[in-house]
Design a protein around this ligand. Structure first.
Ligand SMILES: O=P(O)(O)OC[C@@H](O)[C@@H](O)c1c[nH]c2ccccc12
Length: 261
């Protein structure tokens, strides 16, 4: 069993338990359920930097990245840096995150927030809405085409943006559908953890222009972004490069300043 299969197996158990603890009616009663969506896709289209900054304490590929920061400080720092949006890892077991992290970020900032999660059930999309997300991630590697359709249409019905993540041509081709807003190419293979920007480069031509193209993972300098922009990428998801520093907000500020100057 590879790591992704393990994560999904654990996730199914976790979601089954969550459903018994917090009924859908309670999620729907959240005041955040009626909050208007702040569209990441729209912000990215109008941005010159395209930076989406992630809160990530640890990962299966890197162990501890940063365990000593408050989500609130990280979110405020990212917002002051002028990033387009923030990605908040909510998986606990493998990434050290939580839905409370999402809520804390929501309370701190107005910018678009992505719930970064292994979504395998509509219930998690209701959670995303109830805890203040503007965008959900769907990972093609763990979903069938039917599930991608069902989950993305459900998200759209809740006024959430959808970022669909692929890593190869097969995943991309099974996923193209109008209920997606953004197409993300993960430069990291979630099964082997190898990272290559060539993944974004080679898949870009296959992504129809109606989707905002996002390149994800392994971006550690502005040269990488300058390399990817000619391939049509408008969004760049960066986690570790900021989170490994003592002040991710300052790191993002310096990064964006040198990118746009
Ligand atoms: O820390 P990095 O290499 O900058 O990567 C960020 C983000 O792309 C990565 O965390 C990620 C991309 N897709 C995911 C799916 C699940 C968990 C995590 C991810």
């Amino acid at each position: 069993m590879d790591i992704l299969e393990k994560i999904v197996l654990d996730k199914r158990k976790e979601v089954a338990l969550r459903k018994t603890l917090i009924p859908v009616s309670q999620l729907e009663a959240s005041v955040l359920f009626n909050r208007p969506n702040n569209s990441l896709a729209v912000v990215l289209k109008n941005s010159s930097s395209g930076i989406i900054a992630e809160h990530k304490r640890r990962s299966p590929s890197k162990a501890v990245i940063n365990n000593s920061l408050s989500v609130q400080d990280v979110a405020t720092g990212y917002q002051n840096a002028g990033v387009c949006g923030m990605s908040v890892l909510t998986d606990g077991k493998y990434f050290g995150g939580s839905l409370d992290d999402l809520l804390t970020a929501r309370a701190a900032v107005q910018m678009p927030l992505l719930r970064k999660e292994f979504i395998i059930d509509e219930y998690q999309i209701l959670e995303a809405k109830a805890y203040g997300a503007d965008v959900i991630l769907l990972i093609a590697a763990i979903l069938t085409r039917e599930e991608i359709k069902q989950f993305s249409e459900f998200a759209k019905s809740l006024d959430l943006d959808v970022l669909l993540e692929v890593h190869n041509q097969e995943e991309l081709q099974k996923s193209i559908m109008p209920s997606l807003d953004m197409l993300g190419v993960n430069n990291r293979n979630l099964k082997t953890f190898t990272v290559s920007l060539d993944t974004s480069k080679s898949l870009s031509a296959l992504i129809p222009n109606d989707f905002v193209k996002v390149s994800e993972s392994g971006i550690s300098n502005i040269e990488a972004i300058k390399e990817l922009q000619p391939y049509g990428y408008k969004g760049f998801l960066i986690g570790e490069n900021f989170m490994k520093t003592d002040n991710p907000g300052d790191s993002a500020t310096n990064f964006i300043t040198s990118l746009t100057s």
